[in-house]
Design a protein. Structure first.
Length: 292
């Protein structure tokens, strides 16, 4: 397996490209991190934004979270952080707590709160705004079922696709592969949903490690991945020959990272667990830890 992060052009021709990641640099790794190379980058979740505002109730606060995956959510909290009331897509109005969200799944949700019922006016506050790419736009391109999940994919232009993942009538995920990343992935329960830049969807379940364990893993044959950790973030390196010289380390923050080389798909979750899907292999098995 070629070093995946240096094979973007070739991999595109082979149906899957590796992710081209933002150029957020880390310092060189310490010996405790097995001398990971200085060349590294981080992929962070940018489709979830949160802020905390004062409540209209004295001494309380409200945490506002806007998510492309699950919509808007507001939590009323006391001075110790205890949640006293919540409104979200499941329940956008709570009269007893004086909480309300208008446009809970829209691109511009608005939070409203008040201390009394009746004719008392609501105080309105806009939720944090998400980046433009965190909203599905265009016409419906396909609807695909995977178990209990429904994936609705929208096309806004050539190689401009995005998908909403729905379960039991609720939005539980959002996918949007940029041109330079080729594909995106979201884990819902035990199922992975993958969307490519040409609008193709793919799903699998399982084949995931049970807990993060730093070191080298075997995927299939001689294909290997090394799991590392730095500054609280998990990262991966890929190699085909056991040498990590020149292999880029990609760290994840708050989301899952998907990489592909030839017939092998690798996913690193933010909690350090790894999953893979290998075309032509049945059954699919999780990466196997080899050594530290």
């Amino acid at each position: 397996m070629r070093t995946a992060l240096r094979a973007t052009t070739a991999a595109l021709a082979l149906f899957g490209a590796v992710i081209a990641v933002p150029a957020t640099a880390f310092a060189a790794s310490s010996p405790a991190q097995q001398a990971s190379p200085a060349k590294s980058s981080v992929v962070a979740e940018n489709c979830v934004k949160s802020t905390v505002i004062p409540s209209v109730f004295h001494g309380l606060t409200v945490k506002l979270t806007n998510s492309a995956h699950t919509g808007a959510k507001a939590q009323l909290r006391d001075e110790n952080g205890k949640v006293l009331g919540t409104v979200d897509q499941s329940k956008p109005l709570d009269l007893s707590s004086g909480l309300r969200i208008d446009g809970v799944l829209s691109t511009a949700p608005v939070f409203k709160h008040r201390t009394q019922g009746g004719d008392m006016p609501w105080t309105a506050v806009a939720f944090p705004k998400l980046p433009k790419d965190c909203n599905a736009t265009g016409s419906l391109y396909s609807t695909t079922k995977y178990g209990s999940l429904t994936v609705k994919t929208y096309k806004a232009g050539p190689q401009v696709f995005s998908s909403y993942i729905i379960e039991n009538g609720k939005r539980v995920g959002f996918l949007h592969p940029a041109l330079n990343t080729y594909q995106d992935v979201r884990k819902v329960g035990e199922r992975y949903i993958r969307l490519t830049v040409d609008g193709g969807t793919h799903s699998w379940t399982g084949a995931t490690t049970t807990s993060p364990k730093l070191g080298v893993y075997k995927l299939a044959g001689i294909e290997k991945v090394r799991l590392v950790k730095k500054d609280g973030l998990y990262g991966v390196q890929l190699t085909s020959h056991g040498s990590w010289d020149g292999a880029e380390t990609v760290f994840v923050k708050g989301k899952s990272l998907i990489l592909q080389d030839n017939n092998t798909i690798l996913v690193l979750n933010a909690n350090g667990t790894l999953s893979n899907y290998i075309y032509g292999h049945a059954p699919q098995t999780a990466p196997v830890w080899i050594k530290a």
